[in-house]
Design a protein around this ligand. Structure first.
Ligand code: FAD
Length: 468
């Protein structure tokens, strides 16, 4: 939409996306406890794109042909329609500039028995969240009949990211159980691949509070303790059965945890796009990292943790192979994790993958759109704006209970997202701009943002004034 507003009518902006509806993903956690309905977190995309002059193609991209092909000399993407009327039909979309913003493949298959089609639930899509809410209510009904229930919430693999979403869900579930007056009948357990609570895939963070500098581990542990939630960290879940998870720990132990209700996030992978040269030779391995995310202007040398620097992170998101291809949000391949990489004695990697949350994803999308506009308009012949996560801050409000009267949310800001120990030798981040605070006002703000971002996504008047 940013590109469309800046470009003359003769230029075409095309969005290829498989879903007819747009989903405000952060509020899926509220769908997952039954506080919101799917209609409140989604809307039809076609009318919005029609209004804004963007061509919407309801399809999924399968292949990129950056040099064209024998029967189509222009760079193009092979797509497969997903709309009711054209479902399954293949076609091509030509481009001058391509932005890959395909997000994650929810890789449930990485862990045996993981996911809504098997033995655990998810809140990653609104559909998953609806199922989770129904199963949660079943558990609550059992509690009302006097049965004790064990609820297990967290990450379903040693390399998961998105701990923040699982954190929000566990606290909203705990709040809901209190609201329905069955809290005393539930054991609520957190399980994750974090080295310590409060890591969140960002190696944790330090904040100044009451005259002290405190690590996020301390305030996260006190929050869990306050709400009576126990925790298992440093865990790689390797199998989910109907009522139990099996996991390996960083210490090398193999353990089992029983559950009645389990919401376990999957690890993320790229969506599996393939790429080919003009002669038809497959170059997927050149354009994409082994995990399926697209390589951009980052340092992929695989250097050890001790040598990581902020400069390893990309700033223009341009493919090193094809200068008119960009990848943003979750779709780009990060150079490495942010949290310290750890392995169990048997060599199983157990540490969070780096999060690419909404705000940085939105900011990089906007800057890359403006760079492309400048190149189209002849104002530049290469990207001039940058959006490195090493030079960017992020704000995040993590809901910890949905109620306008006694709800809570943890409001966090962090700067920079990627720690920079040269500039900030103590904790890698600015203590002036890194903060955390929990309270009712946080919930009001999170609730307000739900409406603000849906307003923006619907391109209502002055949508551009609402920041990413
Ligand atoms: C439950 C949950 C709660 C979250 N809460 C927060 C929060 O409170 N704050 C925050 O900052 N972040 C939050 N996040 C993270 C946030 O949702 C992501 O950072 C953000 O959605 C990433 O944007 P993206 O555009 O990279 O990917 P997505 O939003 O996943 O968008 C990718 C799009 O590409 C489409 N697509 C997939 N495959 C193809 C294909 N082959 N061809 C074409 N299109 C394709 C998808 O359908 C989708 O529309 C949350 C995530 C989850 C799962």
């Amino acid at each position: 939409m940013h590109a469309r507003t800046k470009l003359a009518k003769e230029h075409e902006v095309i969005v290829v996306s498989p879903n007819a509806k747009w989903n405000w993903i952060p509020s899926n956690i509220w769908v997952g406890i039954g506080w919101m309905k799917p209609e409140q977190v989604t809307f039809e995309l076609a009318p919005v794109y029609q209004k804004t002059g963007v061509n919407f193609v309801q399809a999924k991209a399968l292949e990129i042909h950056p040099e064209g092909s024998a029967d189509n000399p222009e760079p193009h993407v092979v797509i497969e329609y997903t709309s009711e009327t054209k479902k399954g039909i293949k076609d091509t979309v030509s481009y001058d500039y391509l932005i890959n913003a395909t997000g994650p493949k929810l890789n449930f298959a990485a862990t045996e028995g993981l996911g809504p089609e098997h033995n655990s639930l998810s809140v990653c899509t609104y559909g998953h969240a609806v199922d989770a809410a129904a199963r949660l209510q079943e558990s609550i009904e059992r509690m009302k009949r006097g049965e004790r229930q064990t609820l297990l919430i967290g990450t379903g693999h040693g390399l998961c990211t998105c701990q923040g979403a699982a954190f929000e869900y566990i606290f909203n579930v705990e709040f809901e159980l209190r609201r329905q007056k069955v809290r005393d009948k539930a054991d609520i357990i957190w399980i994750s691949n974090e080295e310590e609570l409060g890591d969140f895939g960002m190696g944790g963070m330090h904040v100044r509070r009451g005259g002290y500098i405190t690590h996020s581990r301390v305030f996260t542990e006190s929050l869990y303790t306050e709400r009576g939630i126990s925790w298992i960290t440093r865990a790689h879940v390797n199998k989910v059965e109907a009522n139990a998870v099996h996991y390996e720990t960083l210490e090398g132990e193999h353990k089992t945890q029983n559950f009645d209700f389990a919401m376990l996030l999957p690890p993320f992978a790229g969506v599996g796009l393939k790429a080919f040269t003009r002669s038809g030779e497959e170059i997927t391995e050149q354009l994409f990292a082994p995990n399926g995310f697209m390589k951009v202007d980052a340092d992929y040398s695989g250097k050890p943790y001790e040598e990581w620097t902020p400069e390893d992170w990309p700033s223009t998101y341009q493919s090193p192979h094809y200068k008119n291809i960009f990848a943003i949000g979750i779709a780009f391949a990060p150079p490495h994790a942010i949290s310290r990489p750890m392995k169990s004695p048997s060599g199983t990697p157990i540490f969070p993958a780096p999060p690419r949350t909404g705000m940085p994803s939105g900011v990089m999308a906007r800057e890359i759109a403006f760079n492309i506009v400048d190149m189209i308009n002849g104002k530049a012949d290469q990207p001039t704006r940058t959006a490195s996560m090493a030079k960017m801050g992020a704000a995040c409000i993590a809901s910890a209970g949905a109620s306008l009267i006694n709800g809570t949310a943890a409001s966090m800001t962090i700067y920079p997202i990627i720690p920079d120990f040269k500039t900030y030798p103590d904790s890698g981040r600015s203590l002036a701009y890194t903060s955390g605070e929990i309270g009712l006002a946080g919930h009001w703000l999170k609730y307000l943002l739900h409406f603000a971002f849906i307003y923006k996504a619907k391109a209502y008047p002055l949508w551009k004034l609402i920041p990413e």
